[in-house]
Every structure is written in structure tokens, then in C-alpha cells.
Design a protein around this ligand. Sequence first.
Ligand code: AMP
Ligand code: MG
Length: 438
Amino acid sequence: MSGSTDQITHQDRVWSVADHLDDILSKVHPLEPIDLQLPEAQGCVLVEDIAVPAALPPFDNSSMDGYAVRIADVADATDTYPAVLTVVGDIAAGSGAAPAVRPGEAARIMTGAPLPPGAEAVVPVEWTDGGTGAGPAAGMLAHSAAPQAAGGEVRVYRPVAARQHVRARGSDVQAGELALRAGTVLGPAQIGLLAAIGRGTVTVRPRPRVVVLSTGSELVQPAEPLGPGQIHDSNSFMLTAAAREAGAIAYRVGAVADDALSLRATLEDQLIRADLLVTSGGVSVGAYDVVKETLADLSAEDGTVSFRKLAMQPGKPQGFGLIGPDRTPLLALPGNPVSSYVSFELFVRPAIRALMGLPDVHRHTTRAVCADAVTGSPEGKRQFLRGFHDRDTGEVTPVGGAGSHLIKALAHANALIVIPEDTTEVAAGAEVDVVLLG
Ligand code: AMP
Ligand code: MG
């Protein structure tokens, strides 16, 4: 047990949402960087500056399917008097050795194929007869023909400027330039760039491993029949999904009964694979509030978890601390499904994103016109109502009531409507702050 004065202080003080979050964020630090293969690095924060080892594109290449030519040879070409060139070869993307193009010659070339020596530009196939001798319209059809068709002659009906339809070596990025800066979040396009410059692995902050466990002797796994007084465990599924969506590698542990010994044993087992632990249930003042009982009791070496009353609704009882040899952060959320989800959004999601080293740990917020009146919001508490926010109209409509068991309403909401501590009612048509969920 920690000092009794400390306990009393914690119990008596009512924490604001902001103070509780600040306390969490002051103790949760970004994870140590590791090297990850590109596919695993998606969504992670880069911790190294990445320089470009070699120019992109690495060689001059064609941006069109067509014919590589010398510009003087086609300078006077018209529909009536086409330039007639000897086709000396066929250059596909990936071809290594390309034939030289000498005066009076052309090489059939595909998009991405290297520009052959001697050639100065590419005439798109649409400007030629495609080597068929059948006139301008034949070009497109003929070009898909097999390589052996790339012989004989091609008629070119228009002149081409020097370097036209040629993507120059280094026109995307030059060797030695900075590709990506440390601190960049690796989205699809950044991963594409890394692959393009030949990087297979990168040094990033890893995704945190988040272990989610629910507590409650009434809980039964979905798909199993309910006995008297039992309900299905929804929180562990919901919170695991939320953790994954926030960027974590999430592990769901099945529900633990309201029994201090089993909870303690489970937590000890799970610590080994956790960068963050999330529990649901058992944090209020009831006789079987086993999370509080178990964690408030930890020895100094095992860590300290403080249980608090927050000036918020839903989600008044919250626990937070660092436990085990590695001082792993643990957030103990209340058990009511809506309370646990709102608590996740407000506290766990930012903690996960702080572990990832993301520059912005918060959801987007906006102002919206509240379509319906809100009454009876508790004085002195920040209330988070579920709402449906319509981006097009800028309106938000409360979904369901304030009850923290209303999981169906939660599933039809895409926003949290924030009713400040000092506000007890909101008139229909008034503006409110809204947290956008996703
Ligand atoms: P507790 O915080 O443990 O007192 O639980 C508060 C309420 O939430 C009770 O009605 C519980 O049955 C319910 N509850 C707790 N945990 C879960 C869960 N994992 N899934 C669904 N409901 C839960
Ligand atoms: Mg319970």
C-alpha cells in the first residue's frame, strides 16, 4: 500500500479531463526506435533523415509508347509527307542493351524503357503508322504487336522537339538530396518513395503493443449462450479494435473474473508483451471493483496506480499508473461500454500516439451547429455526448441519450459533442465543440 495521505489526496481531488490527460502524457514517452521492413513501417514515425542514394529516374526513359528518333529526321514530317524511318529494334521496359539509333533510323520503345543511344526524343505511336504502312490511324493498333513486328519501316507524321516524351535521369530527385526528414509519418506515398529509392528497411518508432483486458464475472464471450445475469463482453473487442485503429498492435485478453488473484496473475503474464495495458471495469466503488483493489495495492517496486474521480461524464472513475519492472503504463477504464469507449478516445488513444512519437496525438475537433437541444448536462462536469456530424451541413445531432450503457447509439455516432463544465443546456441551433471520431 502506498502512503495513506497520498491515497486520501487522490480520492478527494476531482481531476479535470485536461489534468488527467496531462498527467498521462507527461509519463508516457515515445518507444525506442527499431529497424522495420517497409510494409511493417506503415503509419510509423521515421527517426532518421533519408538521403537519396542514386538519381530517380536512374536513366533517361520514355514517357510514351512510341518510337525513339533523332529530331532532324522528323523535322519536316507531315500527314502527306511522313518521315520514313528504318526500325532497328524494340526496347521494352527492363531491357538492358538498346540498339543505337543512327540517322534515318528509329527504335520502337515502350513507356519506362531506356532511351537508346543516338535518340533525342520519342514520337508517340499515335503520330505514326505503327510500322504497318497503313496510314496514321494504324499506329495505335499496331503498337501492341509482338516484338518481331518491330522491323521494317515506320512512318512518322509529325515532328518532335528535342527531349519530348523523355523523362530525364534525375528529374524526380537527384542523388544526395533529402528524400524524407526524421519525424515524417510513413503513409503510402512515403513508403512508395522509400521503395523507389531502394530502401528495404527504415528506422522508426515501432507500433506500441497494447494489451486489452476486461474484467467482470458477468462477462461471457460472444457466440456463447448467456446464463442468468450474464452479458457478452463487448469492451475487450471494442477497445482492441480502437487500439488497432489508433496504430497499435493490439492483443485482446479474454475477460478476467472479478477476483484479485486471477487479475494479478493475468496482468503479470501480460506485462511481458505490453507497451501499454488497458483494463475495463472494476474501477468504481462497488464491492467487486477488483481492478482498483488489485492495483491500488501494488508495492512500490510493482509500480503505483492512482484511481481518480474525473469531472467528466461519462467516465468519472479512471485509473492510471506505471506498473512492473519496466514501468509499463496502465490505464484502467470504467466498465460501462460507452464510458470505456469515451475514455479510450480521450486518454488511451493519445497515449498510444505518444508512444508512437506522432507529432499530433489528438483527434480533430470542429465547431458544429447542434441540431437538437441538450438539457440536463451535469454542472461542473465536461459531458461527452454521442453525435452524428454531417460534414456537408456542419450540423451535429445527438444520438441516443446520456446513458453510458447505450452501445447501439454509440455505434451510430461519428462524433462526440462536448458540453463544457459550466454549461447545463444547449439550445437547438447553438454552436458546440465536436470531437470527430475518424
Ligand atoms: P464496472 O465498471 O465493472 O462496475 O461495470 C460497469 C457496468 O459495465 C456494468 O453494468 C458491467 O456489467 C458493464 N461492463 C463491464 N465490463 C464490460 C464489458 N467488458 N463488456 C460489456 N459490459 C461491461
Ligand atoms: Mg465490473
